[in-house]
Design a protein around this ligand. Structure first.
Ligand code: HEC
Ligand code: HEC
Length: 328
């Protein structure tokens, strides 16, 4: 018996040593980061205007880095808070830790070099070299051309400096370790010409994070194979769990029956004041889909996204979009 206990003790010791070594390895070897690139952005009015469009209507930085009005279905950004950041989930979820989408106005990142902001957006590394949690969609933004990233930075520099969220996020184990392993250095991306509608639409679905919200991920944050754009990714909200829609061309469970005009109209309708003012009320599911911010996308860009989505494999997968909190 004693001998068995002794062997067990030794084995337990080995396991503990392995775990400690594993944690130490991840802490010291990751994140996989390069020094921030050495760059100075020459801001022209055209570059700033392009950055304004990408920031507000395509890559939607302010949907997370501002206060949003959760009393309205369209969850619009509270005017005047653009870029000042927020306590990301507030007390609205069971997220294991606290996440702060910090201030990205000049009061927050004014001291960061252009290269440091560039690295945060495309490689998920903050100024201090620490990894950003991938809810900050750098895994989508790493598909952006450097010119588009520069346009966004040029625009952010023009925002009025506002006091805002400056608290540091805290992640519980093991999320803090997982988050260290996801960053990787940015590689230059080519932006397809707008005339190459399908390739350009694919580019937009990456930098607008359609792909990341509409594809289900496993517990390690990797897309589940065969599920591209087939929806089902869960978003836990106070009212219950929302799941993203199947936007593959499957006619029954996806958007195969949608015409291009109807697709564009589904977004554009949120430009109407009456759509923006629909109150959240009992019986109405919240939507995590940032309809309102995307409604400012040009019809050409929405059309290119539609053209690309027609070409992805149709996946037959029926999504239950909402499970109320009391049933989960
Ligand atoms: C889906 C939500 C979301 C979107 C969209 C988003 N961010 Fe973030 N961002 C976050 C969160 C959350 C953090 C904090 C991550 C952490 O602390 O680990 C963050 C962190 C950052 C940081 C680091 C700030 C600091 O003080 O360390 C920068 C810079 C940044 N984001 C810029 C942007 C830009 C530019 C865009 C648009 C191109 C953008 N973000 C879009 C959620 C988002
Ligand atoms: C932050 C996550 C998120 C992002 C980013 C996102 N979606 Fe969604 N989307 C959702 C969720 C959740 C739903 C389901 C709720 C709803 O329909 O309002 C949805 C619904 C939709 C629908 C409605 C489908 C139906 O059957 O009614 C379409 C179309 C759509 N998204 C297309 C897109 C496109 C195109 C993009 C990129 C430009 C995109 N989404 C980006 C989360 C997201």
């Amino acid at each position: 018996m004693k001998k068995v206990l002794k062997i067990f003790g030794i084995l337990l010791g080995i396991v503990v040593v392995l775990i400690v070594a594993g944690v130490a390895f991840v802490m010291f070897s990751f994140p996989n980061a390069e020094p921030a690139p050495d760059l100075t952005i020459e801001a022209s009015p055209e570059l700033i205007a392009h950055g304004e469009y990408l920031t507000n209507n395509v890559s939607l930085c302010f949907v997370c880095h501002s206060e949003i009005n959760r009393d309205l279905f369209a969850e619009p950004i509270v005017s005047g808070t653009e870029g000042q950041g927020r306590d990301f989930f507030g007390n609205n979820s069971n997220f294991p830790g606290r996440l702060f989408a910090r201030n990205i106005t000049p009061a927050g990142i004014g001291e960061w070099s252009d290269g440091e902001v560039f690295r945060a957006i495309t490689a998920g590394i903050a100024k201090d070299g620490e990894p950003l949690f991938p809810i900050m969609p750098y895994t989508s933004y790493r598909h952006m051309s450097s010119d588009d990233v520069k346009a966004i930075i040029a625009y952010l520099r023009t925002l009025p400096a506002k006091e805002g969220e400056s608290r540091k996020s805290e992640l519980n184990f093991p999320l803090n370790l997982v988050a260290r392993m996801i960053p990787k250095p940015y590689e230059e991306q080519t932006k397809p010409a707008a005339s190459d509608s399908i390739a350009y639409g694919k580019y937009l679905t990456r930098i607008a994070a359609c792909h990341s919200c509409h594809t289900q991920h496993d517990s390690q944050g990797n897309p589940v194979p065969g599920n591209e754009f087939a929806g089902g990714e869960p978003f836990p909200e106070k009212a219950g769990i929302i799941r993203s829609a199947n936007i593959t061309p499957d006619p029954e469970t996806g958007i195969g029956n949608w015409s291009k005009d109807y697709f564009i109209e589904r977004f554009k309708t949120y430009q109407k004041p009456e759509m923006q003012e629909i109150p959240m009320r009992e019986g109405l599911n919240p939507t995590v889909m940032p309809w309102y911010a995307f409604s400012g996308m040009t019809e050409d860009d929405l059309g290119a996204i539609y053209d690309y989505l027609r070409t992805v494999p149709a996946v037959s997968k029926r999504i239950e979009k909402f499970t109320p909190a009391d049933e989960k």
